[in-house]
Design a protein around this ligand. Structure first.
Ligand code: GAL
Length: 669
């Protein structure tokens, strides 16, 4: 029987190798005492597992697992392939990834490997097999984590010789072995005399005089993503061979689109991600004002978006299930890696933990047990200070553990949301390769649409492009630049109210303008033609007619559209200069420009209303999410909020007038 977690639980990341063995038992006892049940260990310790080539020693790992087991803790063991030891790099220096200047990305930190290097793949398989063999019968083993954060520190793309060789093989696989003409045709290489005579002539898209052919670039992005999938799949193969019933997890990141996480998830039993709300806010913003307002709390939607995204990843291998997912690393205090690293306001570690659980996390695991007094992460808080004294994170985790007991949630109670937001990685790459306007950020566009639904109190499921949309009443499509046949069919079959962003289906999967003009594959359900687009510099906007909810301007982008011959589509909003701004074809709507947050929220509200959904007019900074019959409210703001009129059941936690940075939990009758 596969290991399952019935009730949401807490975990911690622990590095026994950083502390004297004599301390392990006390640490374990202390973990158990504060309510932690799961511990992740081992993911960076290759140089200890194998101090000399071929001299394997998993003894200390097994002893650490014994100690944790004796304290009643379950253990997630990480494979150590994110940190190949120096002797291995010395043995095969060409295993290092290569940057765009042709320089090797050297040893001295982590993730110094190229996904395409055959020798490194073999070495990874070897250490994973050895580890699985050593640990497989340990009673504490409950899950495997593969590697650590694929792509962290910009490590997906490598311009190595191995990548060049594999890219050519990949292209031949895609277009057919003696069929370079198919590649030339698909990429449009007749343009600028870019035709190739064989795959051996195709190079990595590097240092061209001006833009590289976008089809070339998109295939390179697809290839690079595929290399991650294959690298991960090899580990999964050997782990499953040794322990068929031990679930396999990977810890993904936030705001990271360099590889297709749905593809990688096809080999995982559980998805997880590493949630660092303050670090991410500093990196992603999206505005200075928001960065300042939420500096100590994090963006009210950023974590939730990723919770929903990774719940979707957790469903890829088991589409009929609810989507198993965890937070593998939860920020417990200040981090060290953002430009500035504020301290979470009191209560936020607790709030973040509960919010993940509200979105269906089975496990939230804090990074890390004790702050490290040496090496790179000295400024990164742990649950405990370097001297072992419990820090604020520990106190809040203890509180959460007690509250979870009282809430008594069951993981299986998570229900399908009424709103689907369709998300697709290749579409994001497509938009990044030809942005056509400097401020059109694909990820932020998606987040803005997600935020609109959240501000209305709606639960959202993120759905990979092409997955069925049965049961959803509102479908949001913020950034689907290419539409597969499956995706077009799923959209056509759904009877939900649908809202499409500009640029939907604007390119074919080969990166061409569709034969019938955009929105190509969507025209069977939204019969319009996009004849021209314009991007708008900051400060330039296109006012819409001041009617209905959308009292607004288009910013960043607008499209000039016409109906198709005999089309049953109506322009229900216009720009002031007389062009369609919003098309309606039965329940489907196509928006011809980018809206600011407020009018976008108003438009989504109009759509939700048409879909018959109940919405909430939530106060600023407050968000909500249901877990079965349990409804959570999270106040990301620092001011009290009166939520009395939202309370429709028994208050389980908090009070209806919710303090700043606090939360309210209600169980519906
Ligand atoms: C994550 C990583 C951890 C640790 C942490 C610090 O990206 O997986 O190993 O470095 O960041 O915030």
């Amino acid at each position: 029987m596969t290991y399952r977690i019935q009730h949401p639980s807490l975990g911690v990341c622990y590095y026994p190798e950083h502390w004297p063995e004599s301390q392990w038992a006390d640490d374990a006892a202390q973990m158990a005492a504060i309510g932690i049940t799961h511990v992740r260990i081992g993911e960076f310790a290759w140089s200890l597992y194998e101090p000399e080539p071929g001299q394997l020693d998993f003894g200390w790992l097994l002893r650490a697992m014994d100690v944790l087991h004796a304290a009643g803790l379950k253990v997630i063991v990480g494979t150590p392939t994110a940190t190949p030891p120096k002797w291995l790099v010395n043995q095969m220096p060409d295993m290092l990834a290569v940057d765009e200047n042709g320089d090797a990305r050297n040893f001295g930190s982590r993730r110094h490997y190229c996904f395409s290097h055959t020798g490194y793949r073999a070495e990874s398989a070897r250490i994973v097999q050895a580890m699985a063999e050593a640990v497989k019968d340990h009673p504490a083993l409950c899950a495997w984590q593969t590697d650590n954060e694929y792509g962290c520190h910009d490590t997906i793309i490598s311009y190595s010789d191995s990548a060049r060789r594999d890219f050519r093989i990949w292209l031949a696989g895609k277009y057919g072995h003696n069929k370079i003409s198919a590649l030339n045709e698909a990429w449009g290489n007749v343009f600028w005399s870019m035709e190739y005579r064989s795959y051996d002539e195709v190079d990595l898209p590097l240092q061209p005089v001006t833009e590289i052919n976008p089809s070339h670039m998109l295939d390179f992005r697809r290839f690079s993503s595929d290399q991650v999938r294959v690298f991960n799949a090899i580990q999964c193969h050997f782990l499953r061979e040794a322990t068929p019933d031990v679930p396999i997890v990977h810890n993904f990141m936030g705001w990271f689109t360099e590889f297709d996480h749905f593809d990688v998830s096809a080999d995982l039993d559980i998805a997880s991600w590493d949630s660092y709300p303050l670090g991410f806010l500093e990196r992603v913003g999206p505005t200075e004002e928001r960065r300042n307002t939420y500096a100590h709390a994090g963006d009210p939607d950023f974590q939730a978006f990723h919770h929903d995204l990774y719940r979707a990843c957790g469903k890829v291998r088991a589409p009929e299930a609810r989507g198993r997912w965890w937070v593998m690393e939860q920020q417990p205090g200040p981090v060290y890696w953002a430009r500035w690293n504020p301290s979470p306001a009191p209560g936020l570690v607790r709030l973040w933990t509960h919010e993940a659980i509200a979105h269906g996390a089975e496990l939230v695991s804090y990074f890390r047990w004790r702050q490290a007094p040496f090496a790179q992460e000295q400024y990164h808080a742990g649950l405990n200070l370097p001297d072992g004294t419990p820090d604020d994170g520990s106190r809040e985790a203890t509180q959460v553990a007690q509250e979870l007991k009282a809430l008594d949630l069951t993981c299986d109670d998570v229900r399908q949301a009424p709103v689907a937001l369709v998300f697709d990685y290749p579409s994001v790459w497509t938009g990044q390769i030809q942005p056509q306007g400097e401020t059109y950020d694909m990820f932020l566009a998606v987040l803005r649409w997600y935020r609109a639904a959240r501000r209305l109190g709606l639960d959202v499921d993120i759905v990979p492009s092409g997955a069925p949309l049965d049961g959803y009443r509102l479908v949001l499509v913020p950034a689907l630049l290419t539409l597969s046949d499956d995706a077009a069919a799923a959209l056509a079959q759904s009877d939900a109210v649908q809202l499409f962003a500009p640029r939907t289906a604007s390119k074919t999967p080969d990166f061409r303008i569709p034969d019938t003009l955009p929105p190509g594959a969507l025209q069977s359900i939204v019969p319009i033609r996009v004849e021209r687009v314009e991007s708008l510099r900051p400060g330039l906007s296109i006012p819409l007619e001041r009617t209905g909810a959308m009292q607004a301007d288009f910013i960043k982008w607008r499209e000039f559209t016409t109906p198709m011959e005999g089309a049953a589509a109506e322009a229900i909003r216009l720009t002031q200069d007389g062009h369609p701004a919003l098309w309606q074809a039965a329940k489907r709507h196509y928006l011809c420009g980018v809206l600011e947050e407020e009018p976008l929220t108003a438009l989504v509200a109009e759509m939700a209303d048409m879909a018959g959904l109940d919405m909430m007019n939530l106060p600023d900074g407050v968000r909500t999410r249901t877990h079965g019959k349990t409804r959570y409210f999270f106040n990301y703001g620092d001011q009290p909020r009166d939520l009395t009129h939202f309370v429709t059941g028994d208050v389980l936690l908090g009070s209806a007038v919710t303090m700043g940075h606090d939360m309210l939990v209600v169980r519906e009758a």
